[in-house]
Design a protein around this ligand. Structure first.
Ligand code: PMP
Length: 385
């Protein structure tokens, strides 16, 4: 039975090195980093080693990193923490884009209900926000600007450095969701005008339920999770020590292999497109998002098969052993029309027939060839209009 996993943007298989770090740490005995005894100190030194390793990959200080329970928590904590801290300084504006992840958008809407003034910037037909639009929206009342580095549905890269420079100039906090960009884009925090950044371990071969929030020194921030002072008063709760050690192991690999990951993903993308052109003809599908490789993440390929509803395509792919995902990739259960594709102003037909393939290092061109054949069979059977 075919078994092809093309859903790495949803979650990626754990790398052996990461799993080993997890098991070694989890199996090392009881240890809470907040305890003063030797067991606690051992746990704390594991967290410290992981923090140091990731800080050096991102060119920031270890003291600027807070471990979280994943990208969703990082996004929530960043927006809530920065917005509330900035409110005390008379700033009540939030500026974001229409194509952010729901972890971010839902948090923004929640803050809006509490009285913050929300501006959601439009994007062009490739999913990119314009620096001019952002500059027109950011003013001296803006508390936080949040723009993702690379989009999870279509891969579009955003001009975060340019928008960050405007935000900095006007005294607003710049937050970037870099959950999908890590391991594909160099995130050099020493040279990026970014004050906060969200990351997640499970998109790069680390464990699920572990993330990071970078908070640049001096950024005003009010913690969202209150309790013990584990993460230096910025996030309470016992750390996921094994998960954190495993995150560091995965991050080291992802950074060391960044170029290889990009090259490999690009090759798989091109292969699937070429094979599909041969199998069903270029007129039978549309690629959504930027075409040129400099404007997008390499591992996310979003395409529409007009006339074949996403649900039908995905179900048939699944029956044939191919795991891909639908439009609004993070809405479990039923497929809702993608807010990202809708914001890109794609026709309803394209939105309703969108499928996302996302690649990882373990994938091969044999798999893309096999998938193109499977899609050809499904297309011949399923096209309903
Ligand atoms: N932001 C983006 C861009 C994502 O792709 C995801 C994962 N779908 C998240 C945030 C949420 O991360 P997590 O799954 O770790 O909560």
């Amino acid at each position: 039975m075919t078994s092809i996993y093309f859903d790495h943007a949803a979650t990626s298989p754990m790398r052996a090195e990461s799993l080993e770090a997890y098991l070694n740490t989890a199996g090392a005995g009881p240890s809470n980093p907040s305890s003063l005894h030797s067991f606690g100190r051992a746990a704390r030194s594991r967290v410290t080693a992981a923090r140091d390793a990731i800080a050096s990959l991102l060119s920031c200080s270890p003291s600027e990193l807070v471990f979280t329970g994943g990208g969703t928590e990082s996004d929530n904590a960043a927006l809530v923490g920065a917005a509330n801290a900035q409110l005390a300084r008379g700033r009540n504006g939030i500026v974001t884009t229409a194509v952010e992840h729901h972890a971010l958008l839902h948090t923004c809407h929640n803050l809006q209900e509490q009285g913050f003034k929300l501006t959601v910037l439009p994007v062009d037909d490739t999913g990119r926000v314009s620096v001019e639009d952002a500059a027109a929206a950011i003013d001296d009342k803006t508390a936080v600007v949040s723009v993702m580095a690379g989009n999870n549905e279509v891969g579009t890269l955003q001009p975060i450095a340019e928008i960050g420079a405007v935000a900095r100039d006007r005294g607003a906090v710049m937050h970037v969701d870099a959950v999908q960009a890590l391991g594909y884009v160099q995130l050099d925090l020493a040279n990026l005008p970014v004050d906060m950044m969200s990351l997640s371990a499970h998109k790069i071969g680390g464990p699920q339920g572990v993330g990071l929030l970078y908070i640049r020194k001096g950024t005003s921030f009010r913690p969202m999770l209150l309790g013990g002072s584990q993460e230096r008063n910025r996030r309470a709760g016992t750390e996921n020590v094994a998960g954190i050690a495993a995150f560091a192991a995965a991050a080291k690999l992802a950074e060391a292999e960044r170029e290889l990951r990009c090259r490999h993903a690009e090759e798989l993308r091109q292969s699937l497109l070429t094979e599909l052109e041969q199998a069903i003809g270029a007129e039978s599908f549309v690629v959504n998002g930027p075409a040129d490789s400099a404007s997008r993440l390499p591992h996310v390929l979003n395409m529409s098969f007009p006339g074949i509803p996403s649900e039908n395509m995905l179900m048939n792919l699944d029956l044939a052993g191919v795991a891909a995902s639908g439009g609004s990739a993070c809405t479990s259960g039923s497929l809702k029309p993608s807010h990202v594709l809708s914001a890109m102003n794609l026709s309803r037909d394209l939105v309703a027939s969108a499928v996302r393939f996302s690649f990882g290092l373990g994938n091969t061109t044999e798999e893309t060839k096999e998938t193109a054949k499977i899609i050809a069979t499904i297309s011949a059977r399923m096209r309903i209009y």
